[in-house]
Ligand binder design. Structure first.
Ligand SMILES: [Ca+2]
Ligand SMILES: [Ca+2]
Length: 274
């Protein structure tokens, strides 16, 4: 009886089942040795679990990640999202709220998370996203999360502007900066992916998280709600000479202060599919 129980327990860990109930993990006849959950020892039967509607094997989400094809949705949809832009070929809102951004310019390129918006960083070229139609929704508390791989982090490369006629806003300036206020956090690097989470702590203050770690609290450089919400394009005041160059994989805008645990969870997802 003990042996039966152990066998069953092993199977619960190592075997996979199709929705019809037929067991697929042992299809190769190797027994419940865990081999089929090992990304280094696959056979044809393993790949069937990449389309079974279940999160199994080493999948990051249901039927994607790990040994399956890459996951393409970085952010989970929940009731606290105002808008989610996965940027997998367009600027549509995947939160279910229909708050699409206007694509100002850029091109879509392949990334480890499907696709991202590539912006050239050229003052003469249109680029970025305009979400100004919904800027009045950005009241405290709010959270803006952005996953960006910059080509150049030198001062200044604008990430977010609350007003197209103002130099203020969020920038790369070697570090993260809420111009004209303060820089915060570590020195950042050209070509390295950054996950920024900017979490309001008052109408004019934000906590800054970079790659899952809280690095400080500082003036947001504007008082929420902003008059506009322009991402990844420089303002007219500086002649659009402070344009970001790089690739943006996804953006989520939320009507809550996302918790440290939620932000850590996103960073772990990112790290699992570098
Ligand atoms: Ca699966
Ligand atoms: Ca994406």
């Amino acid at each position: 009886m003990l042996r039966v129980a152990i066998t069953f327990a092993l199977c619960a860990v190592a075997c996979t089942f199709s929705p019809s109930g037929s067991q697929s993990g042992d299809a190769g006849g190797s027994g419940a040795d865990g081999r089929h959950n090992d990304a280094h020892g696959l056979d044809a039967s393993d790949l069937g679990t990449c389309s079974d509607g279940l999160k199994n094997g080493n999948e990051l989400e249901v039927d994607c990640g790990g040994r399956c094809s890459a996951c393409t949705k970085l952010f989970d949809v929940d009731s606290n999202a105002l808008a989610i832009f996965e940027l997998n070929g367009d600027a549509s809102d995947s939160s279910g709220n229909g708050r699409d951004a206007t694509l100002l310019g850029g091109s879509f390129v392949t990334t480890s998370w499907g696709h991202g918006l590539s912006v050239p960083g050229d003052a003469a070229m249109p680029q970025g996203l305009d979400w100004s139609d919904f800027a009045d929704l950005l009241v405290h508390p709010y959270t803006i999360e952005m996953v960006v791989r910059p080509a150049d982090v030198r001062c200044w490369k604008k990430l977010f502007g609350p007003d197209d006629n103002s130099d203020v806003g969020w920038h790369y300036c070697t570090k993260f900066e809420t111009y004209p206020n303060n820089t915060v956090g570590p020195d950042l690097s050209d070509g390295a992916r950054n996950y920024f989470a900017l979490v309001s702590t008052a109408a004019d203050k934000i906590d800054v998280y970079i790659d899952g770690a809280r690095v400080g609290n500082l003036d947001a450089s504007f008082t929420a709600p902003p008059s506009q919400a322009i991402f990844f394009r420089d303002d007219t005041t500086t002649g659009r000479l402070e344009q970001l160059s790089g690739v943006i994989d996804a953006v989520r805008i939320s009507k809550v202060a996302r918790s440290a645990a939620e932000i850590t969870a996103v960073q772990l997802r990112l790290a699992a599919q570098p």
